[in-house]
Design a protein around this ligand. Sequence first.
Ligand code: SAM
Length: 332
Amino acid sequence: MSTFGLVDRYDRVATDLRVSLTDRCNLRCSYCMPAEGLDWLPGDEVLTDDEVVRLIEIAVTRLGVREVRFTGGEPLVRRGIVDIVRRTTALSPRPETSITTNALGLERTAVALAEAGLDRVNVSLDTVRRDDFHTITRRDRLHDVVAGLEAAAAAGLGPVKVNAVLLRGVNDDQGPELLRWCIDRGYQLRFIEQMPLDAQHGWSREKMVTAEEIFESLATTFDLSPAEEPRGSAPAELFLVDGGPATVGVIASVTRPFCGDCDRVRLTADGQVRNCLFAREESDLRTALRDGATDEELADRWRVAMLGKRPGHGIDDPSFLQPSRPMSAIGG
Ligand code: SAM
C-alpha cells in the first residue's frame, strides 16, 4: 500500500494525532480511575522517547498528520516531555502541537514547553471549589491547577482551554460558576459529556449529565447563541456568551455524536494505534518497530489500521461494549 494519508472506509481522513505519553496520573478523578490507581504498563512496554518521536515523524511526514496533541494518563509526569515537544515541533511540515493536562506541575514547566514550541494547552478542571475538587480528584491540589493555568497563559500557551466534566449530584449545579470563573480569566471553557470509559465501569446513561441539561443550567445565568464559525471536525459546539466575544463549548460525545466528521487517531503509550476512543481493536506498531520495520512499513501498518475504523462509536446502541482499556490508558 502506498496511498498517502490515514483514510478510512468512510472517506474520513485522520490528520489529528493524540499521543498518550504515559498511562500514569497523579490525580484519581472518580469518573476515570479508582482511588488505588491501576496496574500501570510495564516500563519496557512503554515507547521510549526516540520511539515516540519516530512514530510521530512517520505520521507527520508520511501520513498527513497536521496536529499532535500529547495526553495520557498525565503527560506532564513523563520525564522527557519537553524534549519530545521540541523534536515534534522541529518536524517539517511543523505540526500544531498541544497538550491536554491536569496542570499539576505546569507552573514549573510552562515556559520550557513554550520555548520547545508547544502551541497550546487544554487544562482539565471540573470545579473551582476546593472541597469538590478534592472529592472529584481525591487530591487537595486545586491551588496547583490554578497556578498552572496562570503560568500557561503567561507563557503564551493560549488560547488556554479548560475542559470540564459535570457529575450528577457532585458539580452539576456549577456550570455557570465555572463559566464565569473562566471568562473572568480569559480561559475558554468546554464541557464534556461523561463517557463510558472509566476503569470501574461506573458510567450509566441515566446518570450522566447531558448537553441539554448543561445548556439549561447555563441559560439560567447567560444568554447563549450559536457561534457563527463553521464547526468542521471540532468536537465542541461553540456558543457566544452574552453576545460574545467570550465563548463556551459543549462536547456532546454521547447525546450528539460527531463521528461522521472525526479526524482523529490515537497512539497509546505502549505503541498501539487506536482509530477511535471506543475501538475494540488496536494495531500494534511497537512490536513491528522493535523488530526492525522500516518507516514505510510502519506507515503502511498505520494506514491499514484506519480501515477498521467504524462509522460511529455506538454508545447508544444496545450492543455497545465498553472498550477494555480505560480512558487513562488510551489517552483522552
Ligand atoms: N491527565 C490529563 C488531563 O487531566 O487532562 C489528560 C488525560 S485525561 C484522561 C483527558 C480528559 O479526559 C480530561 O479532560 C478528563 O476530564 C477526561 N475524561 C476522563 N474520563 C472521562 C470520562 N469517563 N468521560 C469524559 N471525559 C473523561
